[in-house]
Design a protein around this ligand. Structure first.
Ligand code: SF4
Ligand code: SF4
Length: 96
């Protein structure tokens, strides 16, 4: 039996800290005007970053897996302000 990544991700649960996103794009204009390789939009395993038609990038941290990929790969402009969620919030992995 095969199972898709999306199906496995659906088994995780999240506690969203309303109004207190734990990751920010520091300067959205940099994403739109200066970033030629918006790696965040194709490497985030949870699809938190979305590339718009005008090359702007929007971020929704709901569903973030706290993997750190976006922080590591934004290594040209260092435009991601990254931290873990407050205690009790964020991803709850389902094991087994
Ligand atoms: S990689 Fe960094 S600078 Fe480029 S679009 Fe993503 S957050 Fe913005
Ligand atoms: S930490 Fe990982 S899952 Fe969360 S927004 Fe960044 S790349 Fe996506």
């Amino acid at each position: 039996m095969s199972i898709k990544v999306e199906e496995k991700l659906f088994e995780n649960r999240y506690r969203v800290d309303e109004g207190r996103a734990h990751i920010f794009i520091k300067e959205p204009d940099v994403c739109r005007d200066k970033c030629e390789t918006p790696s965040c939009t194709w490497t985030c395993p949870a699809g938190c970053y979305t590339l718009g038609e005008d090359h702007s990038v929007t971020l929704s941290t709901d569903g973030c897996l706290e993997c750190g990929t976006c922080r590591l790969l934004c290594n040209e402009h260092f435009n991601v302000d990254w931290s873990y969620p407050r205690g009790g919030y964020g991803v709850l992995y389902k094991f087994g």
